[in-house]
Design a protein around this ligand. Structure first.
Ligand code: E4P
Length: 217
């Protein structure tokens, strides 16, 4: 299972990278704005800064909603750095753009997936990754994890190569449940990843080992 961090915050990306378990980064226009990164030039520079911190794939989202615009933007993003994955919205022109990029060998991440039907289309269009938003489904009392299970079943039925990138992960149990279902990738905040570390018996056990060691010294 690949671990991506879902942020545009360079300090958090550095921290996750230093942990040695990071496989990539996802961003979106809202995450960029949250870090105060605005304007095309600054946004493009920020993507390159992120690529220079991590070794894996970095999703960079197009803001065009028409085919020609997405192609122009996506090609410019892909030319920025070999680690860039072009992130495309799940709309009609997005499906066409995904097919275009997949034929050109440019990696894609089809985003804003909320149904198994959308996931099937993304795979048919040759997406590298597709991002079902589990937290946003949970927010409206719909089971986000159930969507991951449905997509896993469909992709396995036909041997699709498209990777299920569980997105909108909000907490540590989302990561564990996605791992059990078999999501290929999860993207979430650093806090959710660090939650995997925690167990009180680890802390108690370590304190006892150190105390016992110090008795003899
Ligand atoms: C990732 O690609 C998405 O942009 C992100 O996970 C959305 O998360 P949110 O629902 O917490 O905003």
């Amino acid at each position: 299972m690949k671990f991506f961090i879902d942020t545009a915050n360079l300090d958090q990306i550095r921290e996750a990278q230093a942990l040695g378990i990071l496989d990539g980064v996802t961003t979106n226009p809202s995450l960029m704005a949250k870090e105060g990164i605005t304007g095309q030039e600054n946004i493009l520079k920020h993507y390159v800064d992120i690529c220079n911190i991590v070794e894996g794939d970095v999703s960079a989202e197009v803001i065009s909603t028409d085919f020609e615009g997405m192609i122009k933007e996506g090609e410019a993003l892909a030319a920025l750095h070999p680690q860039i994955v072009v992130k495309i919205p799940m709309i009609k022109d997005g499906v066409k753009a995904c097919k275009y990029f997949s034929e050109k060998g440019i990696k894609t991440n089809v985003t804003l997936i909320f149904s198994a039907g959308q996931a099937l289309l993304a795979a048919k269009a040759g997406a590298t990754y597709m991002s079902p938003f589990i937290g946003r489904l949970d927010d409206i009392s719909t089971d986000g994890l159930n969507l991951i299970s449905e997509i896993r079943l469909i992709y396995d039925n036909y041997g699709f190569d498209t990777q299920i990138l569980a997105a909108s992960v909000r907490h540590t149990m989302h990561i564990m449940d996605c791992a059990k279902i078999g999501a290929d990738v999860m993207t979430g905040p650093l806090s959710a990843i660090e939650g995997l570390l925690k167990h009180p018996l680890t802390d108690i056990g370590l304190a006892k080992f150190l105390a016992d060691y110090n008795k003899g010294n």
